[in-house]
Design a protein around this ligand. Structure first.
Ligand code: NOJ
Length: 564
């Protein structure tokens, strides 16, 4: 398999609004990120993906851009951006920016012009349709943020499409002028030093209205999607050796291969959502279900086996749109630290490029959302109004519990730097409540605690740099039908890793005698520091215990496996 820097890298996602405030206005900013680069370097990550930092009225916290070439006022200045890039590069790290081009803000100059008439030069920059003959929106598409996906504009006597909020009108990619503008904008940022793009909902850019105008989901992966990505690749990306990751809700492993097979010239990897939907019922995200590990194992294993040597995986268990992984997939009350380290095995020992979401390396948890006053995210607020108040589909109790489990604000609470007021995030009033557990879950404490989640992440990241099998090894499932074990092998030539994880609070026996011959393997990593190799290959795993074995005598100065 071809070696690539972006396969070997570990990416760290920063949600700038919540990372570090430098001027006391309660909102994180670019200078704040610059002040924490040494922390990130020390952690050992290679790439920073920073969520949007462009000019925006912040209807959706920067995912609604009103000027693609300006810095968001709250986040600072272009000079501060240049300093940040220089600081990242000086430390040998790279920067991936968020490319949000399925839609812009309605306050973007293009939209302001487009909405005026059907004939102006920007008239076709967005997706405008006439009302149905009997009146009303052109079709029944629903916005992902609740309500109709169409908004009427009297000046044109037409509706525009917004798959997200009405303040996020969808750009018309079928217009070559729009594609040209986007390509030029991408080059502008490449010239400023960015090393790649995370492409927001990129598989929605081509819409199909033809087949069934009343149908749902026709906006996913429309007929010209791959044409547009290949064109973008030819015009902008090719020859620059960038990391490009497409956010692709609804994509299957087969779709992922279409996006990422190197010979197709599109993207280097995509974000799948299949594993993020496993705790949702037929009613969608808010129709929550209990998490069941076997479904996660089945799903991730399928992606592993399908993409090997055909495409490339990205690996993540949380981000700014998802609940915290420890609260969702682990036990954040009884075994928070064990679960956080166990879940790190899943992200870092499968084949693909791992993504760490800010605070994950500390084992940050969901916020115990107490009521509507805690909410900042328009998705949750709109869903409450729509599903509880307007349509009575859910009881207030159900919906509040759903938001507590799944709401995006869980991930957006301020980064927990230390145990000073507001967790060291700001000297002012934070824009969103700090999770009260910052007093015992924070970076300062974990930097000095050899057994902390943070030190475990540092250990894993340094191992990845040493061992090609962690990056390029083939995945093979172990015990695929076990009720609580998620275990697998990675194999590269003679090198083998065996990863065994107990996703349960119950003691769980495992017998590796038929898999790992005695004397052949050594202990590589374990989330209980007193784990010992057993001569007969039989273990009883403790709650949320996991370990990794390696079959090569491995020269390491530090033989301690506990993450120090
Ligand atoms: C996906 C982003 O990650 C999310 O935060 C945003 O709300 C939507 N796309 C719309 O841009």
């Amino acid at each position: 398999m071809e070696r690539q820097w972006w396969k070997e890298a570990v990416v760290y996602q920063i949600y700038p609004r919540s990372f570090q405030d430098s001027n006391g206005d309660g909102i994180g900013d670019l200078a704040g990120i610059s002040s924490r680069l040494d922390y990130l370097k020390h952690l050992g990550v290679d790439v920073l993906w920073i969520s949007p930092f462009f000019k925006s009225p912040n209807d959706d916290n920067g995912y609604d851009i009103s000027d693609y070439r300006e810095i968001m006022t709250e986040f600072g200045t272009m000079a501060e951006f240049d300093e940040l890039v220089a600081g990242i590069h000086a430390r040998g790290m790279k920067l991936v920016m968020d490319l949000v081009v399925n839609h812009s803000s309605d306050e973007h100059a293009w939209f302001q012009a487009s909405r005026q008439s059907r004939t102006n030069p920007w008239a076709d920059y967005y997706i405008w349709k006439d009302p149905r003959p009997e009146g009303g929106p052109p079709n029944d598409w629903q916005s992902i943020f609740s309500g109709s996906a169409w908004e009427y504009v009297p000046e044109r006597g037409q509706y525009y499409l917004h798959l997200f909020s009405p303040k996020q009108p969808d750009l018309n990619w079928d217009n070559p002028a729009v594609r040209r503008e986007i390509h030029e904008m991408m080059k502008f940022w490449l010239d400023k030093g960015v090393d790649g793009f995370r492409m927001d909902v990129i598989n929605l850019i081509s819409k199909s209205f033809a087949a069934d105008p009343e149908g749902e989901d026709l906006y996913f992966q429309g007929p010209r999607l791959h044409e547009y990505l290949q064109e973008m690749n030819r015009n902008v990306l090719a020859g620059r050796n960038l990391l490009t990751v497409g956010e692709c809700p609804g994509a299957s492993p087969e779709d992922a291969i279409d996006f990422t097979a190197p010979e197709r010239g599109e993207l280097t990897m995509i974000f799948t959502f299949e594993h993020m939907d496993l705790d949702s019922g037929p009613g969608g995200k808010w129709d929550f279900r209990e998490f069941a590990m076997p479904a996660l194992r089945e799903n991730l294993s399928r992606w592993q086996l399908s993409l090997h040597e055909r495409g490339w995986n990205s690996l993540y268990l949380n981000n700014h749109d998802q609940p915290r992984m420890v609260s969702r997939f682990g036990d954040d009350r009884r075994y928070p630290k064990e679960s956080a380290k166990l879940l790190a095995h899943v992200v870092h020992f499968l084949e693909g490029t791992p993504y760490i979401y800010q605070g994950e390396e500390l084992g940050m948890t969901n916020l115990n959302i107490e009521g509507l006053d805690d909410l900042r995210d328009l998705e949750s607020i709109n869903a409450w109004h729509d599903l509880v108040e307007a349509r009575s589909l859910f009881t207030p109790e159900h919906m509040m519990e759903a938001i507590r489990r799944k709401g995006r604000d869980n991930a957006r609470t301020p980064m927990q730097w230390d145990d000073s007021p507001q967790a060291g995030f700001t000297t002012g009033q934070p824009w969103i409540r700090v999770n009260p557990n910052y007093q015992w879950i924070n970076a300062a404490q974990q930097l000095s605690d050899p057994d902390s989640v943070l030190q475990y992440y540092r250990r894993i990241l340094s191992l990845r740099r040493e061992l090609p099998v962690m990056v390029y090894g083939r995945f093979e499932p172990l015990f695929p039908d076990h009720p609580s074990l998620f275990a697998w092998e990675r194999i590269l030539g003679e090198e083998r890793l065996i990863v065994v994880n107990n996703f349960s609070a119950e003691p769980t026996p495992v017998d590796l005698s038929g898999i790992a011959r005695q004397g052949e393997f050594e202990l590589f990593l374990a989330n209980y520091s007193d784990f010992r190799l057993s001569p007969d290959g039989r273990y009883e795993l403790r709650p949320y215990e996991g370990f990794v074995l390696y079959n090569e005598a491995h020269e390491r100065e530090d033989q301690d496996v506990s993450g120090r």
